[in-house]
Design a protein around this ligand. Structure first.
Ligand SMILES: CC/C=C\C/C=C/C(=O)SCCNC(=O)CCNC(=O)[C@H](O)C(C)(C)COP(=O)(O)OP(=O)(O)OC[C@H]1O[C@@H](n2cnc3c(N)ncnc32)[C@H](O)[C@@H]1OP(=O)(O)O
Length: 477
């Protein structure tokens, strides 16, 4: 586990600083991470548990550091992120290895740096840089951080030794000008202009998300209010975010993203011992919103698709819609016109299932009707080659009931995309009681290839997972 600021880490730091302050022999204090990195933030798993509010909370640790009468130096190697960086900002000096990185990724999990980060960073780096780092969750390398005044020294040798040397030089120097809570914000005169520019960017890049807007508001407060008042307001904003559905969904997604590639089934099969097959071609059945969106995902990943829709008018319309979606990507510079043409060249439309005889995988995306799906799967079983995986985009129906319409239930799985499929990153892969590990491995690997955040979900619990998808709304400022 990476170094995160669990309650016992906060407690250790707090007690350590207090001990050092009380010890006459100690003339300066160095805070350094053990092992590979400086802390990369609060423990996300601890949120909403008693441990997250148990004293000393992060701000109390930070105040003890800043108020210390002895110089406190943070020596950063690896990554100082989130709460880790907030601790560093409470120190009187910050030095870092040249290859270290710092950042506030809280916005990516629907939060803001709520241990005074939004109020302290602008006092050091200036407003524009702070807004950019905080509202977009950007990590910056040590050299950039040094250039923007966040770091006092870059180190290329042993970080601890260099920190000790640094400490000896600053012993006895006045500390008040090193305490960020006592300083003014740089480039404060431009606050309204900078806010408007950053807000416009946020609305474009993070459409519908609340946290980036709250991040900007909180940074703006660092100018408009006293330090203490801005901190109070920061607390109010983070509490609102913390209890909102967007942060819940994004934090769920953070862990799902990391755990899905390490999938393991109750039978012992896992990503480590099960080989996926390579999907070279696929069929998509149904040219409605879901089917068209799924086809876009596949062709964008270079997978040739046969799109089956028995209603010819609807098929024609879907082909135009797909072309329009790709035009949108070209306009947004997400692909070139040439890449768009390459995508369209690997998409074929047809009105009959028999064209799917040779594909490696079929994703059925017709409307939610068990009988209809069973009928389609029974036909697919006859038409497709024996090795073809038969998948359903169903969100609610029982995979076992669909699979039992075929003679290959081991090759049937749910591959549930979320609308609009070409935008939403979550893909829920559902396995039934007879789905083979090789099928699970193949659909998981396939999802990874499409650039999806994955879930391998057992049939019975899939509907619980559905409530946790990310949905966004717009808010008034
Ligand atoms: C109430 C207080 C309010 C506000 C104050 C502070 C708030 C915060 O600090 S919020 C947290 C901010 N920090 C982050 O969001 C960092 C998130 N982590 C990352 O970006 C990356 O993990 C990394 C860049 C630090 C490292 O990347 P990498 O080397 O690729 O490792 P993994 O991402 O695979 O992570 C390994 C392992 O660690 C778990 N993990 C990482 N960060 C956290 C965390 N902050 N809390 C809990 N767990 C974390 C991650 O899930 C992986 O776990 P598994 O091995 O079990 O999958």
């Amino acid at each position: 586990m990476l170094k995160v600021l669990h309650h016992h880490v906060r407690e250790g730091l707090f007690e350590g600083i207090k001990r050092a302050n009380a010890d006459e022999q100690v003339r300066a204090i160095v805070i350094i991470g053990e092992g590979k990195t400086f802390p990369c933030g609060a423990d996300i798993r601890e949120f909403h548990t008693h441990a997250s509010v148990k004293e000393p909370v992060l701000t109390a640790v930070g105040h003890t550091i800043e108020n210390s009468g002895k110089p406190v130096i943070s020596a950063i190697h690896g990554t100082a992120l989130g709460g880790g960086l907030e601790i560093a900002l409470c120190c009187h000096y910050r030095i870092a290895s040249e290859n270290a990185r710092i950042g506030f990724p809280e916005v990516l999990i629907g939060l803001l740096p709520g241990a005074e980060g939004t109020v302290r960073l602008p006092r050091l780096s200036g407003l524009a840089f702070a807004m950019d780092m905080i509202a977009f969750g950007k990590q910056v390398n040590a050299k950039d951080a040094f250039r923007h005044g966040i770091l006092d020294k870059l180190c290329n040798g042993n970080i601890l030794e260099e920190a000790k040397q640094f400490a000896t030089k600053v012993i006895g120097q006045p500390l008040d000008s090193r305490r960020l809570s006592r300083l003014d914000v740089k480039d404060a005169a431009n606050v309204d202009l900078l806010f408007e520019v950053a807000l416009a960017q946020v609305k474009r890049k993070s459409r519908g998300q609340i946290a980036p807007i709250y991040c900007l508001k909180s940074v703006r407060n660092s100018v408009r209010m006293s330090f203490d008042k801005a901190v109070e307001e920061e607390q109010r904003l983070i509490m609102e975010l913390m209890t909102g559905y967007q942060s819940t969904a994004l934090q769920y997604s953070f862990f799902a993203d990391r755990s899905a590639p390490k999938w393991r089934l109750p039978c012992g099969a896992s990503v480590h011992n099960t080989k996926p097959s390579r999907i070279e071609t696929a069929g998509v059945i149904g040219a409605g919103t879901m089917g068209s969106g799924i086809a876009v995902c596949l062709i964008r990943a270079g997978v040739p698709v046969i799109l089956v829709e028995k209603n010819k008018k609807m098929l024609e319309k879907a082909m135009k819609t797909i072309s329009g979606i790709l035009d949108g990507s070209v306009k947004l510079n997400r692909m070139t016109s040439e890449q768009k043409e390459q995508c369209l060249a690997i998409l074929k439309g047809t009105s009959t299932l028999d064209k799917l005889s040779n594909v490696d995988m079929v994703i059925e995306a017709v409307y939610e009707n068990l009988e209809l799906k069973r009928e389609i799967f029974a036909q697919l079983d006859k038409v497709c080659k024996p090795s073809t995986l038969l998948c359903s985009n169903t969100s609610t129906l029982d995979i076992d009931k669909i699979a039992s319409a075929t003679n290959r239930p081991d090759k049937v799985a749910g591959t549930h995309f979320f609308a609009p499929a070409f935008i939403m990153k979550l893909m829920e892969n559902v396995y039934g009681t007879k789905t083979s590990p090789a099928t699970v491995a193949t659909v998981m690997e396939f999802g990874r290839r499409l650039g999806k955040e994955l879930e391998a979900t057992k049939e019975e619990i899939k509907n619980i997972r559905l409530h946790l998808t990310v949905t966004f709304c717009t808010i008034d400022l």
